[in-house]
Ligand binder design. Structure first.
Ligand code: SAM
Length: 483
């Protein structure tokens, strides 16, 4: 982590794990509250250098040996404040004597941390205010601490419901804006969810609420190595409802990377929805073709960091086949190599649009395309406030090109699964409909490839949802190249 001190005269924080020397005066580092300090510094890294909270915080906790209840508190405060940022900012602005744009960035981080504790945790108000003000005083001095204290005291005058009542758009004239505010989502994202859900209010409310909650960790057992039952027994989790390889752990159950089966590569962390989409590709029936009806060469065209590649490779390996995993970004290709070690995989660093593979070389192709990630916002705390509507257009162009190329690389009678972690209609139905029309590919009834999964709508595509399936909002369409 970079240093956090703004004033040149302030001493730097002693590095852990050595016990800090006691100091007095306003610049005494608040090391007696390591959880909140870690949360504050992570929020700062997210704001200042576009860092990812779920990468920065676990590393910081490890480096500082913060464990147990402190680690759980730091995680809850960091991820919670990141998710709820828009709602928190509206309340902070209502309680401040100046617009947010004029509030010092570090003070704003602290205000978000304090406001989150006041509105969305059971931490007593006086403790939420005092602990935040102590951190600010130690880092930024008494002047800023006074301002933060005054704002937080005003925030504490009402609970979350009362603030929402006061500040949210009128539900009669702007129901989507009201729900977006209430569940801390940018309006354009709530609008995209509403369109994907058929513009009905109740499902939208449920979807936004589920997206705003702390998600369970999902594991996938490596086929051929360990069963879901065994993995559940080892980890203390529950067998997943739909994926034959899935296990659910309780939300906030610590760092899953520390679990022995994950360290020993018997299991990976993977949302159950991702498992189901990868499995859908393997379940579609193939038709004969130039390759004489083979089924042993599979391609993952956008493989990094490798979750689906690992599952596909384990499955094709059981049948004696192999997976080619293509990834454009070298560092992400390296992650694929690590995650698939010991499996029949060849990793190629290449642009999926220019792989050099001959037409029709593969039996099954996965296009897990780069997307807005609007379907996994619950797992990426700050993402909802970072994404912009303009991202959609750039991505859909690339998505169409990658799906078109996948349909060229698959053999006649072979299948392509188009998957995105987004319910945005432009990235989902829009892309598939357009490419199917231009290429003549057949869109299969993908619901049949999700056996036992309820609430899959009218098809032929599959859209999963956190509030219906407990998964990320993954989209999957399986297409077959005509013979
Ligand atoms: C949604 S992620 C894939 C997730 C992966 N399938 C998994 O399950 O772990 C999309 C990936 O596509 C990669 N990518 C982006 N543009 C690409 C391109 N033109 N060709 C190949 N890969 C690309 C990104 O770097 C990113 O790693």
């Amino acid at each position: 982590m970079t240093g956090h001190s703004r004033g040149a005269s302030k001493p730097s924080r002693p590095s852990r794990p050595h016990p800090p020397k006691r100091r007095t005066g306003p610049s005494r580092p608040p090391v007696e509250d390591p959880a909140r300090l870690a949360a504050l510094e992570t929020l700062r890294a997210v704001r200042q250098r576009d860092a990812y909270a779920n990468l920065v915080l676990p590393q910081m906790l490890r480096d500082r040996r913060i464990t147990g209840r402190d680690a759980a508190l730091a995680t809850e405060l960091t991820y919670g404040a990141s998710r709820a940022q828009g709602l928190l900012d509206a309340v902070i602005e209502a309680c401040s004597d100046r617009p947010l744009s004029e509030v010092d960035g570090s003070a704003l981080d602290a205000l978000r941390l304090g406001t989150y504790q006041l509105l969305r945790t059971r931490i007593p108000s006086h403790a939420a205010v005092a602990s935040t003000v102590d951190l600010v005083r130690a880092e930024l001095g008494s002047g800023v601490a006074g301002f933060v204290n005054a704002v937080l005291r005003r925030v504490a005058e009402q609970d979350e419901a009362a603030w929402v009542d006061e500040l949210a758009p009128d539900p009669d004239t702007d129901p989507i804006g009201n729900l977006a505010f209430t569940h801390a989502h940018p309006r354009w994202i709530a609008q995209a969810f509403a369109e994907a859900l058929g513009s009905r209010e109740e499902p939208l409310k449920l979807a936004l609420a589920a997206d705003d909650a702390r998600p369970a960790v999902h594991l996938v057992a490596r086929p051929g190595e360990v069963s879901a039952d065994e993995l559940a027994a080892i980890t203390g989790g529950d067998v997943a409802p739909y994926s034959p390889y899935g296990v659910h752990l309780e939300a906030g159950a610590g760092d899953p990377g520390d679990l022995e089966p994950v360290r020993e590569r018997l299991a990976n962390v993977q949302d159950e929805g991702s498992q189901l989409c990868a499995l859908a590709l393997t379940r579609a029936s193939l038709e004969g073709g130039d390759n004489g009806g083979t089924d042993d060469r599979w391609l993952d065209l956008c493989a990094g960091p490798g979750g689906k590649a690992a599952l596909l490779a384990a499955l094709v390996g059981l049948e004696g086949g192999e997976l080619i995993a293509v990834e454009k970004a070298p560092h992400r290709a390296e992650l694929v190599r690590k995650l698939t070690s010991g499996l029949p995989v060849t990793v190629e660093v290449a642009d999926g649009l220019e792989t050099g593979f001959v037409e029709g070389a593969f039996d099954r192709v996965l296009v897990d395309a780069p997307c807005t990630g609007l379907g996994a916002l619950r797992r990426r705390p700050e993402a909802r406030w970072r994404r912009q509507p303009a991202d959609v257009g750039t991505l859909t162009k690339l998505q169409r090109e990658l799906l078109t190329e996948a349909l060229r690389l698959v053999r006649p009678g072979g299948v392509v699964a188009y998957v995105v972690c987004s319910p945005h209609l432009s990235e989902t139905v829009g892309v598939v409909t357009d490419v199917a029309r231009r290429t003549g590919a057949e869109v299969l009834d993908t619901r049949e490839l999700f056996p036992g999964v309820p609430d899959l709508g009218e098809g032929p595509h599959v859209q999963l949802w956190p509030h219906l399936h407990g998964t990320d909002a993954m989209f999957c369409a399986v297409l077959r190249r005509p013979v």
